[in-house]
Design a protein around this ligand. Sequence first.
Ligand SMILES: [Zn+2]
Length: 419
Amino acid sequence: MAQPSKTSPMCTIIPPDLLIHISKSDKVSQKARDGANSTLKRCDDVNKIRHAALHSRLSAASKAAGPFDLKAAPKAAAGVSHLSRTIWDCQHRAGLPIDLNHDGIPDTNIQGLPRFRGPKLAAEGHVWKDTDDQSAKNVYEQFKQTYDFFFEVLGRDSIDNHGQKLIGAVHYDEDRQPGFFNAFFFNEVMAYGDGDGEIFRSFTDIIDITAHELTHGVTEATAQLVYENQSGALNESMSDVFGSLVKQYSKVPKQDARSADWLIGRGLFLVPDARALRDMANPGTAHGNTGITGRDRQPRDMDGYRELFPPNSDPVTGNDSGGVHLYSGIPNRAFFLVATTLGGFAWEKAGKIWYNTMLDPKIRGVNPRTAFKTFADLTVKYAEEFGPDAVQAVKDAWTDVKVYPWNPVWMAAGERGEL
Ligand SMILES: [Zn+2]
């Protein structure tokens, strides 16, 4: 069983190395450099609070209830939607709404994070209190699109499969030095910065950002992939996979696998330096064109994999928990290959194979250093449901990204590299 304190220590959409590059770039304003620095600091602070809260929550839960039984979780009981959304206004402060517990959130879950009495902008079935707030409108809609995908396609009733309320907090910012360049999922709350108008658009503009972050919650409720090395990269990859699928599913008309762009965070950047945060089809090509955000260093296969050890999540000096945003490109590309080889809508076969793998008890608490292999083997097993062509497509994809044939030398001490 994995150490509970290591699951998703900080689920932010912008990886630390990208913010570090912006903080040092001579091609952006001083304001942008300061914003990148203060965002790094804020993410580190929230990370520490979240780390402690998660640890106490999980240890209390394990004492009270024993091991979580995945199979015991009911699937979207009787097909009834329990979509429940609430959107709050942070009013450009570094805090979350103080009366979250009125919405059923235990106070201890957000202990230590600054809170305030911000206004509620929207609630399920209630009249808008501020109809001019585009950020609130965006998030309200994106929550529904994400909920609908998991409910309609996978039979999942919200993040916890028990109708968990979806809570958004928009206009999250720094008190003293405005400019929060990120969005994060902190326990039950999804908080969004406004962007700075120079490098980043509002983080509420991009559906796959919301879906990526909420999927971290789904992963935490199911596979609990330890957030370091290969299992951490898989954790990140799950969020990219389902983030992209939600985007494809929410298009009108719905988008098939071969028409999708397979980009994560497309449209977020206002500078020509970046097309997106990540490119699932072509890892390593999404950003860094003009040197502001740094080169996209995602390898496309295991030839570019080096075990980063020990995994360290410090946003400035760390190695991104063993390269979780770096190596997620490898399983991302495997998914892209399966989806486009099989054709049609990506969620019909590839998405279901991946989701069933997430629910398999064998993946829960998988060894972080061999997780790619365990995960790949399970996807082959779940592909059988869709026939021999699907099995072959899955095997071919893992061969293409060189997870197959598995090479134990990746875990040898001599192969350990630096970020
Ligand atoms: Zn993430």
